[in-house]
Write a protein that binds this ligand. Structure first.
Ligand code: SIN
Length: 317
């Protein structure tokens, strides 16, 4: 589709980028989600000029992203879909907490027809910090959203552009907290210009057909839990999840999808009882390579939390 509009829609959801601390030197003892998205935009010199055709702000939520809820994802997906369909809109920027940012990015990638850019950004330091990272990240996100030919759901943080599929928060404190593992970044934002290392991600993930309608009208999301394989693991957690009515289980396996034998037996019992079971790896890089005869399917390269989202979407009625 030809993108002719000029507006950038900025959707605020909270996070550290909108956080406030009592003292400027405090980068950890702050409260997330205190500053409105409108105020965030006003605080960045040159942002309006960088956006060119105007910035439109909308507050979708004001939350710490550790508490992310399906209702917020649903509202966010709906607003993105409306903005993407508007010929006046060039792209969407979303301000978000870092803690579950990769999950929201993957969710949006999975449900949107993102033929225009949908750029999630964030900050590791609160807005009140001596040297906050949020303003530069916002400026960089707008630079990506206004780049000719940009499309798909991407994450911009610390000058790096990541695709939704591989991006992960890998550090609890550093400003440069995100990484795309062995896939590498999509590119970088350098003084307002994007330098690409890879192609933009695909606009459509394949699940978009009717996905938004399903999500918006869904009253109860499928229950999918994540369990982990480790030394001394047992199957009792899985057995109790099955008794509790779980519909899907993602297991964060060791190495190339290996499972403690007790956990594996319980997962196979769960699968036989009709629960969908998917194997991911707890290794931060690479992906499970399937072998002939695997009883439990692998996650196709998705991390445990993203495999959970994929399975929930698959299980949506
Ligand atoms: C959050 O995820 O909302 C808080 C942490 C952060 O944004 O860095």
């Amino acid at each position: 589709m030809q993108v002719s509009g000029q507006k950038i829609v900025v959707l605020g959801t909270g996070g550290t980028i909108a956080g406030k601390a009592a003292t400027p030197g405090d980068n950890i003892g702050y409260t997330a989600a205190q500053v409105s998205v409108e105020q965030l935009l006003h605080a960045v010199p040159g942002l309006k000029a960088a956006a060119g055709g105007g910035l439109v702000a909308e507050q979708i939520a004001q939350m710490d992203s550790k508490d992310m809820e399906f209702s917020v994802w649903s509202a966010l997906a709906k607003c993105c879909a409306i903005a993407l369909a508007d010929p006046e809109v060039r792209g969407v920027v979303i301000t978000h907490g870092t803690d579950t940012l990769e999950e929201t990015a993957w969710f949006l990638h999975s449900v949107l027809d993102a033929h225009k850019p949908v750029v999630l950004t964030c900050a590791m330091r609160p807005a009140t910090a001596l040297s906050p990272d949020g303003p530069q990240n916002l400026l960089d996100a707008v630079a990506v959203a206004t780049t000719a030919g940009a499309h798909g759901v991407v994450v911009v943080a610390a000058g790096v552009v990541h695709g939704a599929q591989r991006v992960q928060k890998v550090h609890p404190y550093r400003v440069d907290a995100f990484n795309s593992g062995d896939a590498g970044p999509l590119g970088w934002v350098e003084e307002g210009t994007v330098r690409l290392a890879q192609n933009w991600p695909s606009a459509e993930s394949g699940q978009t057909q009717g996905a938004i309608e399903k999500i918006v009208y869904c009253t109860q999301w499928p229950r999918v839990e994540v369990v982990m394989s480790y030394a001394g693991a047992t199957g009792s957690l899985v057995d109790s999840l099955v008794r509790d009515g779980v519909q899907g289980i993602v297991v964060a396996a060791t190495g190339n999808g290996a499972l403690h034998h007790a956990l594996e037996s319980a997962l196979i019992r769960a699968q036989r009882a009709g629960v969908r079971v998917v194997r991911s790896t707890r290794c931060p890089e690479g992906q499970v390579l399937p072998k002939p005869g695997d009883v439990l399917p692998d996650s196709g390269g998705l991390s445990p939390v993203k495999a959970r989202i994929a399975l929930m979407l698959d299980l949506l009625p």
